[in-house]
Design a protein around this ligand. Structure first.
Ligand code: PHE
Length: 341
């Protein structure tokens, strides 16, 4: 009997099966009711106690090894058969993709253009105080933008309000950093306006600020030309019209040549050939001084644009309300614009 046990034991490592059925046959042949090992146990029962003592351990060991080996074989053919039924070359089922919000897309595109010119991104709080939004930026106390009609006050007594422009972030950067400063401030701003197709009580701005020695109006013009041509196409022209902002001197408003009629004049540009896109100017020396920057050493330029307005120009969205209504029919149109991560 010891011989039989040893023979079976050494044969174990050569056992093999290529299908689950063959593996099951092996299990029956060795461990089934009439299997070889089961039969050995039956003969074992007839043996005199003396021999039982000698062979018991060897027989138990054989049973254990055979059980483990056959389990292994069963498991390996089972995974093989699963692999054979999965067609790994089949194209994947299309997965419904979300889309990025058009304002996010425009904001990213604009930030990328200015990042190429060395600007970095700065952010600040939406709930601000009067000093950062108005006072430091040279707004005279009776300036109409301070009027309650434009500004949402959170706490009128302590002059806490919702920022009406992201210039407040520029104030914070000027207060906390030494020139050279080159930052872009994207963010949401609030103004107390009745909601309509053309006005909303909140919208998004991107403002830029560059302060260094010898920054000139020519630098501002070059940067804005590069920006306009990168965003709207290489043949885009710009023009700067004199304007007024309390925090810049001189101030200007920038128009770009109308992309629809290429300057010929059409309904979109009200037959002028030009479309207004942003406000800009040289930072008023008072503003620099208010923020602790020596205006006899440093000068700078600033500009600010509305993201919704640019999105409207690029995607021809006529009604501002679409941007905040979370209407999937509107938003899903921008799936194709989403750049891969
Ligand atoms: N802060 C201005 C606005 O909200 C835009 C602007 C920024 C104009 C910087 C000039 C310079 O309209």
């Amino acid at each position: 009997m010891l011989d039989q046990i040893q023979q079976l034991q050494s044969a174990l490592s050569n056992l093999a099966a290529s299908t689950p059925e063959e593996a099951e046959q092996l299990r029956i042949a060795y461990l089934g009711k009439k299997g070889r090992i089961t039969q050995l146990f039956e003969s074992f029962r007839q043996l005199p106690p003396e021999e039982k003592r000698q062979l018991g351990a060897a027989l138990n060991e054989l049973k254990q090894e055979a059980t483990v080996r056959i389990k292994e074989i069963l498991a390996s053919v089972a995974t093989q058969s699963v692999q054979q039924t999965i067609d790994l070359t089949r194209p994947a089922v299309p997965y419904p993709q979300g889309s990025r919000h058009p304002l996010t897309l425009i904001q990213e595109e604009i930030c990328n253009i200015f990042e190429r010119m060395g600007f970095s991104i700065a952010e600040g709080p939406e709930v601000e105080d009067d000093w950062h939004v108005f006072e430091a930026l040279n707004f005279p106390p009776d300036h109409p933008a301070r009027d309650m009609q434009d500004t949402f006050f959170v706490d009128h007594k302590s002059n806490i309000l919702l920022r009406t422009h992201t210039s407040s972030v520029q104030t914070r950067v000027m207060k906390s950093q030494e020139p050279p400063i080159r930052v872009l401030c994207p963010g949401r701003v609030y103004r107390n306006e009745a909601i309509s197709a053309r006005a909303h009580c909140f919208f998004h701005q991107i403002e830029g600020l560059y302060i260094d020695r010898n920054v000139s109006y020519a630098d501002l013009r070059e940067a804005l030309l590069f920006f306009a041509q990168s965003l709207f196409g290489a043949d885009t022209q710009i023009r700067l019209r004199p304007s007024y902002f309390p925090f810049t001197e001189p101030s200007a408003e920038m128009d770009i040549s109308c992309g629809l009629c290429h300057g010929e004049g059409c309904g979109f540009c009200k037959h002028t050939g030009w479309v207004e896109i942003l406000g800009c100017g040289m930072v008023d020396p008072n503003v620099l001084e208010n923020c602790g920057i020596d205006s006899s050493v440093y000068s700078g330029y600033a500009f600010g644009l509305g993201v919704e307005r640019i999105a409207n120009l690029k995607y021809n969205v006529k009604d501002l309300r679409y941007f905040s209504e979370n209407n999937l029919d509107f938003l899903s149109q921008f799936t194709a614009h989403t750049t891969p991560l």
